[in-house]
Design a protein around this ligand. Sequence first.
Ligand SMILES: [Zn+2]
Length: 492
Amino acid sequence: MVTTPDSDVAARAKYEPVIGLEVHVQLLTATKIFCSCSTRFGNPPNTNVCPVCLGMPGSLPVLNRKAVEFAVLAATALNCRINETSIFARKNYFYPDLPKGYQISQYDKPLAEHGFIEIQAGAGRKKIGITRVHLEEDAGKSLHEGFPDAAEKTAIDLNRTGVPLIEIVSEPDIASPEEAYEYLTLLKEIILYTGVSDCNMEEGSLRCDANISVRPRGQKELGTKTEIKNVNSFRFIREALEYEIDRQIDVLESGAKITQETRLYNADEGRTYGMRSKEQAHDYRYFPEPDLLPLVVDEKWKAEIINQLPELPEARRERMVNDYGITEYDAGVLTYSKELADQFEAAAKAAKNPKRVANLVQGELMGRLKAKNLEIGQSPISMRGVAMSADLVESGAISGKMLKDLYDLSFERGKDFPAVYDEEGRPVQSSDTSALEKIIDEIMAANPKQIEQYRAGKKTMIGFFVGQVMKASKGQANPQVVNELLTKKLEG
Ligand SMILES: [Zn+2]
């Protein structure tokens, strides 16, 4: 349960929040950034290591070309300018899971700068600036549980040491927890589209720190900020920011000052806790990494890399609207993930009517997935199945009602549409007029009043009869045929 400190509404309205986000993304290279050790997640602790990533004296780093290419792709997708020359720098600090005593990062000459992404904010759109995207190596992991003497000891796993990261630093343009959530969601979508990371937050491939301060509305000068670290879901980041804004306003309203510090969010309690004071801000004593040359991405190499950039979500939505005659809203839903968009396009191309495929995905598939708490990747009905069902409705072989029933069966049985359609004996809606005529006669005999109304000029009454016939045929009748037969009999 989320609890927030009470700050009265009037006090809150006096302040505006200022939020900046730092996102670390692990790149999907096969090997580490400065050595040839594997980056595979989940290997036994301390097996993906060598003298370079263990920080042994005398070992030398060699830059992984693929990591540079991935970083350039991501930065370009985020509308950044790629600096032809960037410099690796040593960021000096001690931590048990950082055996070298420094992290190789980039400091005053990062790989890329001056980017932005455009988020949905209220009814309009808002540009959030991206200050920089730089390359760096990840540190190892300190393990506090999961082994016999965990109560007394901390274990170190250095498999992650030297895994390539990009750090994406936003401008403090984010004005609410909701905007932060939108920014992160879109950022993740774009990175996923580029294919440079799996952005798996549970495995730590995407991590986010938030800087947050409040200031009286209209004031230019920024308030003292706190940093919220190690939050492992976008939803929790939104909650943590909501809590922290209220907390800071309460502190200021009580006449006290905000302490510049790092805070941790406890999702169970829905509150943040001070972790360490930043009053004596870290002096990392950055200096250029003497073991690496300046990184040069010249025009030719840059062009080669950017050439591999796939179509990004925004452009794809526009094209899908044009190609398939679907609405912008439809396109938004269908490009929610690259996987879904790819599958949809394959199905739409295979089907007779792409618009019907779009409608089925949204109207029949998404709702059922949501009800069962499934991702599109876990759907029992594949896009191939959706395409097949769309064609069956299109040709009049099955009715909309029959499709709904077959989809329900697919979800019940966890089987794809073609399999269920076969199991059900490849049903077709009834166009057998003699059987339908019998049903119609019975219904007309039972409803003389409605016939009178129809014949007196209330033509809309036909809807009542169609409904009754469809019901009596258990949705198997072809509505068009029913309509024709009914009209003939009612007019007669
Ligand atoms: Zn290594």
